[in-house]
Design a protein around this ligand. Sequence first.
Ligand code: TYM
Length: 335
Amino acid sequence: QTRVLTGITTTGTPHLGNYVGAIRPAIAASRRADVDAFYFMADYHALIKSDDPARIERSRLEIAATWLAAGLDPNKVTFYRQSDIPEIPELTWFLTCVTAKGLLNRAHAYKASVDKNNELGEDADAGVTAGLYMYPVLMAADILAFNAQQVPVGRDQIQHIEMARDIAQRFNHIYHREFFVLPEALIEEQVATLPGLDGRKMSKSYDNTIPLLAGGAKQLRETIMRIVTDSRAPGEPKDPDSSALFMIFRAFASEAESAAFRRALEEGIGWGEAKQVLYERIEADVAPMRERYESLIARPAAIEEILHEGARKARAIAAPKIAELRDAIGLRAMS
Ligand code: TYM
């Protein structure tokens, strides 16, 4: 059995990038008989980015409903909320004590903040919390607490998985035992980074996302119509390979559909019409999910129950693991 694990930070509404980068491949993996899947809402991670309790709670509900609407079977997948697993912050501390500070200095998210401060002539660490700095260690604990082997993520998370490997290796080395399995990122090469409305990576922090389910078909269509294109008029040939619109289409289409759309662009289909084609392609996948989503989101108590059961199953794995570690590192009970 292969253990597969992934999480989504509860700071916003799931967007197309979350879906094609993580949710869709994770659900496909969970249907394989040889896979033991662990999927969760990363709400401890959310505290690093948001101090708005209502937003975090709303996001958690939306993300949970999205996973379920997209086909996650809670009887088959261990589906939980990170903050229901007290073993995770405990493991985070054990890992913190073997993690080189220099490793964390190299994390992209931290470095981006430092670079921006330097550009503005501010103190390098201005506005940087210790939480942001420690982000990769918390994520390593998420993965290592369950000895996950494969982690389906978008390309932006690869560095974090590599850091989890480094931290696991260091811990195993220091304590002379293979406590942790070394995890690997599972990347969909076709869609490793889905572009957003402006062509940059689709991301909550760039405010360029297309929501997957929230807002209904109307909002999906309206947002797709806002994708930035060049100014070529209908009839003029378009370059599919430099078009965010085409990249997004490809993430939802078969090879044959993509080839046909490529030809249509090269033959000069107007951007407005191309956007309508994209909208219809995505809506065909999303419409059945949206119906389930609407009914799930109206029953938060039922979702809560599923997550409680998931936490129970997750802790049954994580608690003995932490007990074993406590013994090994010198925190054994006196008897
Ligand atoms: P988060 O919440 O930013 O994103 C959730 C997942 O969506 C993927 N993703 C994308 N994939 C392709 N194209 C895009 N434009 C795009 N935008 C987002 C992300 O790569 C991710 O897989 N730190 C993580 C959450 C996390 C986690 C974990 C993941 C916490 N602990 C343990 C895996 C294992 C994060 O903030 O993802």
